[in-house]
Design a protein around this ligand. Structure first.
Ligand code: FES
Length: 147
């Protein structure tokens, strides 16, 4: 019996939406201090819709699978819907992760929220911190002036 579901293995071996969006409208970078893994999410936004999403993950297989699945789940969706993506939903769609790997899917939730918040900041769009519940302890890579 494998520790990992077929979907996890599939998204790990053949991750979707890997790469960089050079002219991204928002970028979110988050990391887990304990394992040292880092995830970077790039988004392209048109009329409040995520028209493109790409990611780079320097981390474990579960983090790669989680970010791949997360991009698939939010691509083409309105920003507000993307913000509702939870690590639980990502994990369930991957048919589960081992308990000690759940934190890897948390990175995906945080990275999506960080990218959307970066988009709001760059465009001076007012937002409520409560819309970004995963970011309480995540670090923002941008200054307060949104430059
Ligand atoms: Fe840290 Fe997977 S072991 S993100």
């Amino acid at each position: 019996m494998s520790l990992y579901s077929e979907k996890v293995m599939d998204h790990f071996r053949n991750p979707r939406n890997v790469g960089v969006i050079e002219d991204a409208d928002g970028v979110g970078e988050v990391g887990n201090a304990k394992c040292g893994d880092i995830m970077k999410m790039y988004i392209k936004v048109e009329n409040d819709i995520l028209v493109d999403v790409k990611f780079e993950t320097f981390g474990c297989g579960s983090a790669i699978a989680s970010s791949s699945m997360a991009t698939e789940m939010i691509k083409g969706k309105p920003l507000k819907e993307a913000l509702l993506l939870t690590n639980k939903a990502v994990t369930e769609t991957l048919d589960g992760l081992p308990a000690h790997k759940l934190h890897c899917s948390v990175l995906a939730e945080e990275a999506v929220q960080a990218a959307v918040r970066d988009y709001y900041q760059r465009n001076n769009i007012p937002y409520d911190e409560k819309d970004f519940p995963a970011l309480d302890h995540a670090h923002d890579t941008h200054g307060e002036d949104g430059q």
